[in-house]
Ligand binder design. Structure first.
Ligand code: M6R
Length: 366
C-alpha cells in the first residue's frame, strides 16, 4: 500500500506531480484560455463584491493560507487576512455579510476551523471551503468550495495536501484576477501555461533527493535550525520548520528573512544550520545580503536556489536547485526539498515518520 516506498510520507512527497495535475485537471484549460471552477463561477459576484477575504486554517493549511494571501493580493488585488482558526473564533472578530471566508483543511474535520466557519456563517459571511476529503464536515458546512483532489494523505506530516491547496488557491486567484480585469489576456495566458509546467518542475525538484540525503546526514544531529524566506517564500520557511519539528523533533523556527536582524540573528553560530530560500525572483539581492550576514557569523547555510544560480553557490555550504518559474508559483517548488530534508533527517534519527509522537492526523478536538 506504500507503493514500494518505506513510508507514506515519502510516497506522498513523490505523488505531488500527479496530485497537482489531478488538482487542475478539468479546471485549467490553457488551450482555451480558461479556468473552470463551478464553486467560483456560481458565486463570482460574492467574490467580486467582497470587502476582503478572510482565510482561516490551522497548521500546514494555515501556511497555504499565507501563500494565498500573497497570491490573492498580488494577482487579484483583493485584500486578504489570514487567521489561525483557534484565535479567530474566540476573539470576537468583526465579520459582515460583505466578507468572504475561505476555510482551508486537508481533513475537513479540524475542530477549530469548523467552529470558525460556523461563526462566520452566523454573521452572514459567505463561506468557501478548500478541503481534500470529499464529504467532510467543513466541505458540508461551506456554502461552496473546491476540492484539492490530492488523494488520501496518510502521513501525519502534510505534504501533497499543501502543494495542492496552493494549486487550488492559485487557480481561484487567477480566475478572480481575470474577472476583475486586472490581468491582461497575455499575462493570464502566461500563468495558465506556466501552471501546466509545474508537475514536470516538481518532478525535476525531486531529483535532488540523493543530494538532500547527503545534506541530511550532515545536519541530522542538530538541536536547532532556522528557516528563512521572503515574500512568497516566507510561508514556505514556516512550513519547512514545522515539517522538521513534527517528524524529527528538532527545534526549528521559520522567519521572514529580514526579521532575522530583529532577534534570531543572536542565535547564529557555527552550530546553527540555516535553510534559506533564495530563488532568483522576488527580493533575490536582499536574500543574498541576508545570507552574507549569516555567513559572517559562521552559520551553516543550506540554500534553495534557482537552477544555474552562481552568486549564492559561492556563499552557501550547500545549494539545492529548483527549476525557474513565475515568482508566485515558486512555493510549489521550493517546498519539495524542505519536505525531503525533514523526511531524511527523521529517518536517520530513527523517528516514526508517519506517526510522530503526540500528533494525530486530524485534530477533531480543540
Ligand atoms: O486537516 P487540516 O488541514 O485542517 O489540518 C490542519 C493541521 O492540523 C495540519 O496541517 C497539521 O499541522 C499537520 N500535521 C502538519 O503537517
Amino acid at each position: 500500500e506504500k507503493g514500494g516506498y518505506d513510508h507514506f510520507m515519502l510516497k506522498e512527497i513523490y505523488e505531488q506531480p500527479r496530485a497537482i495535475k489531478d488538482t487542475y485537471r478539468g479546471r485549467l484549460l490553457a488551450d482555451q484560455g480558461l479556468i473552470r471552477m463551478a464553486g467560483i463561477d456560481l458565486n463570482m459576484e460574492k467574490f467580486l463584491n467582497a470587502n476582503r477575504i478572510i482565510i482561516v486554517a490551522c497548521g500546514t493549511s494555515w501556511h497555504a493560507g499565507l501563500v494565498a494571501e500573497y497570491i490573492f493580493e498580488d494577482l487579484a488585488r483583493i485584500p486578504v487576512e489570514v487567521e489561525y482558526a483557534s484565535e479567530f473564533r474566540y476573539r470576537n472578530p468583526v465579520i459582515t455579510d460583505k466578507d468572504v471566508l475561505i476555510a482551508i483543511s486537508q481533513s475537513g474535520e479540524t475542530a477549530d476551523t469548523l467552529a470558525a466557519i460556523k461563526l462566520a456563517k452566523e454573521k452572514g459571511a459567505f463561506v468557501f471551503g478548500v478541503c481534500n476529503v470529499v464529504g467532510s464536515s467543513i466541505a458540508r458546512e461551506s456554502d461552496a468550495g473546491a476540492y484539492t483532489h490530492a488523494g488520501p494523505e496518510i502521513g501525519v506530516a502534510s505534504t501533497k495536501a499543501f502543494t495542492t491547496q496552493i494549486t487550488v488557491l492559485t487557480l481561484m486567484a487567477l480566475k478572480l484576477a481575470k474577472a476583475k480585469g486586472v490581468f491582461s489576456e497575455s499575462r493570464y495566458h502566461e500563468y495558465l501555461c506556466e501552471l501546466e509546467t509545474i508537475p514536470g518542475k516538481v518532478e525535476k525538484s525531486l531529483e535532488s533527493n540523493t543530494l538532500i540525503e547527503i545534506i541530511a546526514d550532515v545536519y541530522k544531529d542538530s538541536t536547532n535550525c532556522l528557516y528563512l524566506g521572503r515574500g512568497y517564500n516566507f510561508p514556505v520557511a514556516l512550513e519547512g520548520a514545522l515539517k522538521l519539528k513534527e517528524i524529527s523533533y528538532i527545534h526549528a523556527e521559520g522567519y521572514p528573512a529580514a526579521e532575522m536582524k530583529h532577534g534570531p540573528i543572536a542565535l547564529i553560530d557555527e552550530h546553527m544550520p540555516v535553510f534559506v530560500i533564495a530563488t532568483k525572483k522576488g527580493h533575490y539581492e536582499k536574500v543574498v545580503s541576508n545570507i552574507q550576514e549569516i555567513k559572517s557569523r559562521k552559520g551553516k547555510i543550506i540554500a534553495i536556489v534557482t537552477e544555474g544560480d552562481e552568486q549564492v553557490k559561492d556563499l552557501a555550504d550547500h545549494v539545492i536547485e529548483v527549476p525557474e518559474t513565475l515568482e508566485s508559483l515558486t512555493p510549489l517548488l521550493t517546498t519539495i526539498p524542505l519536505q525531503l530534508i525533514s523526511y531524511h533527517i527523521a529517518v536517520m534519527r530513527g523517528c516514526n515518520v508517519d506517526q510522530p509522537r503526540n500528533l494525530a492526523k486530524s485534530v477533531t478536538v480543540e
